[in-house]
Design a protein around this ligand. Structure first.
Ligand code: C2E
Ligand code: MG
Ligand code: MG
Length: 725
């Protein structure tokens, strides 16, 4: 059973969704982790820049002290020695520490020295810084006057003021230091001290150097913060807290960098996972589909007949139980006529093929909505539900005529027949009872002559019951031996009408039912497996009686089942011996089908008895379906032309051709012929004319008791004697 496409697509989509969710979650986690690490990295960079700026302020002050805390400097500024100042407090600081400007202011506020790396005129250069510087200078002088030494230590030798300010349109560190004695020998009052001013711009090379040194990409100073997520802005504030501007750089984001580096691998991994998941799902689906298919196959094998592909008995029974629980219906039991013969004579391969073709024909004839099953070798069953009796009768007829059409298998035309038993569920106790009824009806159809159908009726149950009773009674009759009688029907010569033999015909005197005809109880004896005993009893009785009629031949009937028994010949031989009966006087009547079955045991029985002198006759000849051709292979001594050719058919002219052919054929083979069932003088005359050898029938005599034959025999002997004398 193929898996539904939609369910496959659904599971595939579901699995891919799950895989995508997992990948998505992993990716989101990674993004979160990178963001976290980037955030802390950026914070660290902020702190770094902050530190660098504040350290730079200290550094400028520290640089200044290398020259401002010096006795020489105190002396030289007081002398206004510009050359010295330029060399030690001005240009030197520029070339050595990279300061952008240096100024020296006298105690009266006069500029005595000025240097700027972008303005050669010292007054102009000082004008740029003077505003910012004046405030710092005033504050420093105040502290000097107060003797405030806050911030000084071993490292910082003099107090100072510094701030970040805007100078000439540029951000800058402005640091103010007093020029003081390093030895302490030149002590100056606060109002006589010279002041040194250092200027360090924070943009330009400062920002470049900071970027280079601390690996901050594209570091620059900006006056305003831009709305650029790719850049970091750190405010640069003056002492009073005013934001001067911003240091800005492209922050190093290690997380994002790592993510960017791993993204392709991640994507490839994701695709691999998705493809892998899809592949896995498809493979699993395929596996489960195969599993389902093989389970389906196993189920099919368990519930179907391998040869025909039809449901088997178990599954038919289940279907019947299921279906009939819901609605009324009919069960048909079908049995092929003559199938066994096809199997035996043409081989099992052809038999199997025939079964397949029969199955196909039954199915097409039954049509859809009808269950056809094979429950045994040549047994089929059909369930129709719901249904009407008329429809079922029509179906049964259609089935019979369909199977009667010749089959052609491997070029071989094969003709078989079909018997059908029908049972309706209405009125049955349960489903088992329906099946049982159909079986009984089939039995009836077969007993009624095959190639027909029978519908179960309550009388059939009665029949079955009485059959069972009869079987029981027959067994006890055989034990007691006094209910089984043998009557004898005389057989006369067609030529002179003389008595030449008798046929022993068994009769059962039932204690309550009266005489039971052999047509009824022979079949029961066969089915019950007691036909051998019956035959023996009849033979012994007949041999004993016929011993009184030494001039007559004795014919006894034997069933096919007896002939098939390997011990049959021996039993007959010992019966002959016990009765001291001449084997040549005994003729055993068998039917066509017995010999045509071609059983080896049967053939051996015939052969050994014939060697002993016992003769064989083919009884009821013409009613079977054997061809005249095959008859030639059968070794018998007599053919008994069936009653139906003599009295049964009104169309004598057609029968004449057949009877004539039988007689010719028999004579050609060296066989004699007996005509059965002569009831009229015309029939007797007609058969005489056709050349039949012996005659038997009610016209001449009914089967009679042995005492009557005694009398007939005596009369016949007397007649012969008078005739001959
Ligand atoms: P069958 O061997 O063909 O025997 C001839 C049957 O035809 C006998 O019936 C006989 O009564 C009947 N019959 C004879 N002449 C006429 C006639 O002119 N008109 C009509 N309508 N019937 C005639 P019966 O005795 O009822 O036997 C029936 C069959 O039972 C026999 O057919 C034979 O096949 C079988 N049978 C009888 N006795 C035995 C037996 O001891 N063993 C076996 N295996 N079969 C037996
Ligand atoms: Mg007979
Ligand atoms: Mg007969």
């Amino acid at each position: 059973m193929p898996l539904k496409k939609s369910s496959l697509a659904f599971s595939l989509a579901l699995s891919l969704l799950c895989a995508s969710l997992i990948i998505g979650t992993i990716y989101a986690t990674m993004i979160w982790a990178t963001n976290q690490s980037d955030l802390s990295a950026v914070h660290r960079q902020d702190r770094l820049v902050e530190l660098v700026v504040s350290k730079s302020k200290d550094a400028v002050a520290h640089d200044q002290e290398s020259a401002t805390v010096w006795d020489d400097a105190v002396r030289k500024v007081a002398q206004h020695d510009k050359e010295w100042i330029d060399a030690n407090l001005g240009r030197w600081m520029h070339s050595y520490f990279g300061h952008n400007g240096a100024f020296v202011v006298a105690p009266d506020g006069q500029l005595i020295y000025g240097f700027s790396d972008d303005e050669s005129d010292e007054l102009k250069a000082y004008r740029g810084v003077s505003d910012a510087a004046t405030k710092l200078v005033e504050s420093l002088r105040r502290r000097l006057a107060e003797g405030d030494t806050t911030g000084t230590d071993d490292h910082t030798l003099s107090i100072g003021e510094a701030d970040i300010v805007r100078i000439n349109g540029r951000p800058a560190i402005l640091s103010i230091k007093p020029i003081v004695s390093d030895s302490g020998q030149l002590s100056l009052g606060s109002d006589t001290q010279y002041i040194h001013i250092a200027l360090r711009y924070l943009d330009g090379d400062f920002a470049d150097a900071m970027g280079r040194e601390y690996l901050l990409t594209d570091m620059r100073f900006e006056w305003h913060r831009e709305d650029d997520p790719g850049r970091r802005y750190l405010p640069v504030t003056s002492k009073s807290g005013d934001v001067i501007g911003f240091f800005s750089w492209a922050p190093f984001t290690p997380g994002r960098a790592a993510l960017r580096a791993t993204e392709p691998a991640l994507m490839v991994g994701g695709v691999i996972i998705l493809v892998g998941t899809a592949g896995l799902v498809l493979a699993l689906q395929r596996r489960s589909r195969r599993l389902k298919e093989s389970q389906g196959r196993l189920m099919h094998l368990a519930h179907h007949d391998a040869l025909s592909g039809l449901p088997n008995r178990a599954s038919f029974d289940a279907i019947v139980a299921r279906t009939l629980a819901r609605s009324e219906g009919a069960v048909l039991f079908l049995d092929l006529d003559r199938f066994k013969k096809v199997n035996d004579t043409l081989g099992h391969a052809i038999g199997d093929q025939l079964i397949r073709e029969v199955a196909a024909r039954l199915k097409t004839t039954a049509g859809s909505g009808v269950t056809v099953a094979r429950i045994g070798g040549d047994e089929f069953t059909i369930l129709v539900a719901p249904c009407t009796p008329t429809a079922i009768e029509m179906l049964a007829e259609k089935l019979i005529s369909a199977i009667r059409q010749p089959f052609t298998i491997e070029g071989q035309p094969i003709v078989i027949g079909l018997s059908i038993g029908v049972a309706f569920s209405a009125g049955a106790a349960d489903t088992l009872d329906v099946l049982r009824r159909a079986d009984i009806a089939l039995y009836q159809a077969k007993a009624a002559g095959r190639n027909r159908y029978a519908i179960f009726g309550s009388q059939m149950d009665e029949m079955i019951k009485s059959r069972r009773e009869l079987e029981y009674d027959l067994r006890s009759a055989l034990k007691s031996r006094d209910q089984i009688e043998v009557h004898y029907q005389p057989i006369f010569s067609a030529a002179d009408g003389g008595l030449i033999g008798v046929e022993a015909l068994t009769r059962w005197r039932h204690p309550t039912k009266g005489f039971v005809q052999p047509d009824v109880f022979i079949g029961i004896a066969e089915e019950a497996g007691i036909i051998g005993q019956l035959g023996e009893l009849v033979l012994a009785t007949a041999l004993a009686a016929a011993s009184r009629w030494p001039a007559l031949s004795l014919a006894v009937n034997a069933s096919a089942l007896e002939l098939r028994d390997p011990g049959y010949a021996l039993r007959v031989t010992s019966a002959l011996e016990r009765a001291s009966f001449n084997p040549a006087r005994l003729e055993i009547e068998i039917t066509e089908s017995t010999v045509l079955e071609n059983e080896q045991a049967c053939q051996r029985n015939i052969d050994s008895l014939r060697r002993l002198g016992v003769r064989f006759a083919l009884d009821d000849f013409g009613t079977g379906f054997s061809s005249f051709g095959r008859l030639q292979q059968v070794a018998v001594d007599r053919i008994k032309i069936d009653r139906c050719f003599v009295s049964g058919s009104p169309d004598l002219s057609n029968n004449e051709a057949i009877v004539q052919a039988i007689i010719h054929l028999a004579h050609a083979q060296g066989m004699k012929t007996t005509a059965e069932g002569i009831e009229t003088d015309e029939q007797r005359a007609w058969l005489r004319e056709l050349g039949c050898d012996e005659l038997q029938g009610y016209l001449l005599s009914r089967p009679v008791k042995s005492g009557d034959i005694d009398e007939l025999y005596r009369n016949d002997s007397e007649q012969r004697q008078t005739g001959s004398s």
